[in-house]
Design a protein around this ligand. Structure first.
Ligand SMILES: Nc1ncnc2c1ncn2[C@@H]1O[C@H](COP(=O)(O)OP(=O)(O)O)[C@@H](O)[C@H]1O
Ligand SMILES: [Mg+2]
Length: 251
């Protein structure tokens, strides 16, 4: 089946400096791929390139099989940017921020009943329906993150791209986010998620792609089918340095 997203040999520059130096990354339908790597390794730039927020200087990007220059169906994709800690300017309500997620679908038409229902449904999924009228800057970091995820869910995307959704998020919100993600994955939604560590999302991850210096350093398939007691698995006969385990700590 056609990948929902594929980057092949993608290069990109920021401030005149090469930041991505040939990134290959593919997510298939329904797959959950984690993008790991140290700070500055190009994780955010990779996902921003994938949603056309950073121009490519080389390589190829396809979304749902379509070369990006011809891709128009942005509602098939939900993007949750890395949360900035800087305070915003104009205070917006939770509902306003989440409603912005419908823009790709709505175009210039006024907000309709379907839009309002989608916003309500997305807020319910992240457990914030009762906060819809509150200003976003009255929320905790974890709640704010949930608002951004609700915004990405309003178009019922087939691919969710999230940049460090658990960073600076309290444990209660982490659990809600993990539940929300599990539900999305259960519906067949594909996920590309930048993580500092796998943490509570580990059971959902099919593959981890580790970046270093703007390149893919290694790819680790997560064989979740492995029984808990897998002492007889053939991999165990190999030198562990040959088959690196899925790292769960800070990389
Ligand atoms: N707007 C920018 N202008 C110039 N350099 C940038 C910009 N954004 C990021 N960079 C640089 O690009 C590199 C990769 O950044 P980033 O993709 O944010 O890494 P990560 O998300 O893995 O921490 C870093 O060296 C960073 O300093
Ligand atoms: Mg980043």
């Amino acid at each position: 089946m056609e990948p929902v997203i594929s980057l092949s040999g993608v290069t990109a520059e920021l401030g005149g400096r090469p930041v991505l130096r040939g990134v290959d990354l593919t997510v298939g339908p329904g797959e959950v791929v984690a993008l790991l790597g140290p700070n500055g390794s190009g994780k955010s730039t990779s996902v921003r390139a994938a949603v056309c927020q950073v121009p490519l200087t080389g390589g190829e990007l396809r979304l749902f099989g379509t070369p990006v220059r011809r891709f128009r169906a942005w509602q098939r994709l939900g993007y949750v940017p890395q949360r900035s800690t800087a305070a915003g300017g104009v205070p917006a309500t939770v509902r306003e921020v989440v409603t912005a997620g419908r823009l790709a679908r709505r175009g210039l038409r006024p907000l309709g009943r379907a839009d309002r229902a989608a916003v309500r449904d997305a807020l319910e999924q992240v457990g914030l329906a009762d906060r819809a009228g509150d200003p976003v800057d009255s929320l905790s970091g974890g709640q704010h993150q949930r608002v951004l995820i609700a915004r990405a869910l309003t178009t019922s995307p087939e691919l969710l791209i999230m940049d460090e959704p658990l960073a600076g998020v309290d444990l209660a919100s982490q659990r809600i986010l993990a539940d929300t993600l599990r539900e999305q994955v259960g519906r067949g939604v594909a996920v590309l998620v930048v993580l500092h560590e796998l943490g509570p999302l580990e059971p959902l991850i099919d593959r981890a792609v580790v970046l270093s210096g703007g390149r893919v350093e290694r790819v680790v398939e997560h064989s979740s089918e492995l029984p808990a007691d897998h002492a007889c698995h053939p991999h165990d006969e190999l030198d562990p340095s040959v088959v690196p385990p899925l790292q769960t700590g800070i990389l």
